[in-house]
Write a protein that binds this ligand. Structure first.
Ligand code: NAD
Length: 310
């Protein structure tokens, strides 16, 4: 059935790729307010059938209750922590996300952080900008032959393994689900216990989803199991690491360094961790590529059109 233009009203609350906006506009009445405040959202939501967000806008119980016409909530990206899923379910509102859209972007950032930790690229750059030639201090090491421990071998963990294999790294894996032997063989990866992974890896990279089980899974005890010259990378969710324990571990030299793209509170309220010399921090840019944003928009708009066409 041909969809009538303006039949449905769509409110886009966060930045959204142009390809997605154009496709929505060709079918629906679209309002694009990427900087809308929570109060403005509460005042406007009653008029819309579809609301689209990324991670910034919170779709709370109040928003859902005021959204008398709401049929679909779309999240461009993976995390649904900014949406009250129970409230949505109780009102029969469909919630869609696009978990597959950012896989490669996050995997490439993870490799980038690993290279930066190994070679001191950002240190060299900030030194240069301050007029310092840090050549003698920046003796790094190569990824080839080093061991990468991947915790959480899902979409992103698997793509990280694929890229790391190309660098000649040895790969250890820990997951709670039974992994396909074929996948492990593809990367020459070995499935090990969490403790074995922590004590044997030169880099430990976190790719688990945030659950009750993974909340603070990297704590004081787990950090103490890592090698003294090992690095920790987190591009998953901030609360997978106990940041206080990491701060102590980095200060006391329990591990060599860390790279974080995600934080327990974003943006972080305390800069103590970020300011350490042995840490690299990025502002949750894992999915911030043109390609990932366009793919998220394509996949999400497909799902919205399909649902509203029924
Ligand atoms: P996924 O669901 O495909 O993979 C997660 C894996 O973690 C699964 O294989 C699961 O079995 C495993 N796992 C869960 N609990 C575990 C535990 N206790 N121990 C070991 N393994 C466990 O998810 P994904 O798409 O690969 O995303 C991975 C993470 O990356 C998520 O936390 C996601 O929120 C995050 N992410 C971050 C960004 C960013 O911008 N930095 C962007 C997208 C996704």
């Amino acid at each position: 059935m041909e969809l009538e233009r303006a039949k449905y009203k769509v409110l886009i609350c966060d930045s959204f790729a142009e390809n997605g906006i154009k496709r929505l506009e060709s079918r629906f009445d679209v309002t694009y307010l990427p900087k809308i405040t929570s109060q403005e959202l509460l005042n406007k939501i009653h008029d819309y059938d579809v609301v689209i967000v990324r991670g910034r806008t919170k779709i709370t119980k109040d928003v859902i209750e005021k959204g008398e016409k709401l049929k679909v909530i779309g999240r461009a990206g993976i995390g649904l922590d900014n949406i009250d899923l129970k409230a949505a379910e109780s009102k029969g509102i469909k919630v869609f996300n696009t978990p597959e859209s950012s896989t490669n972007a996050v995997a490439e950032l993870t490799i980038g952080l690993m290279i930066d930790l190994a070679r001191g690229i950002s240190k060299g750059d900030s030194g240069m900008k301050q007029g310092n030639w840090l050549k003698d201090e920046l003796i790094g090491f190569e990824l080839r032959g080093k061991t990468l421990g991947i915790i959480g071998m899902g979409r992103i963990g698997t793509q990280v393994a694929r890229l790391a294999k190309a660098f000649g790294m040895k790969i250890l894996v820990n997951d709670i689900v039974n992994l396909d032997e074929k996948i492990l063989n593809e990367f020459g990866a070995k499935l090990v216990s969490l403790d074995e992974l922590l004590s044997s890896s030169d880099f430990v990279s976190l790719h688990v989803t945030l659950t009750d089980e993974t909340y603070h899974m990297i704590n004081e005890e787990k950090l103490s199991k890592m090698k003294k010259n090992a690095y920790l990378i987190n591009t998953s969710r901030g609360s997978v690491i106990d940041e206080k324990a990491l701060l102590n571990a980095l200060k006391e030299g329990l591990i060599k360094g860390a790279a974080l793209d995600v934080f327990e509170i974003e943006p972080p309220v305390s800069n103590e961790l970020i300011k350490l010399h042995n840490i690299i921090a990025t502002p949750h840019i894992g999915a911030q590529t043109k390609e990932a944003q366009e793919l998220a928009a394509t996949l999400l708009v497909d799902k919205i059109i399909e649902t509203l066409s029924k």
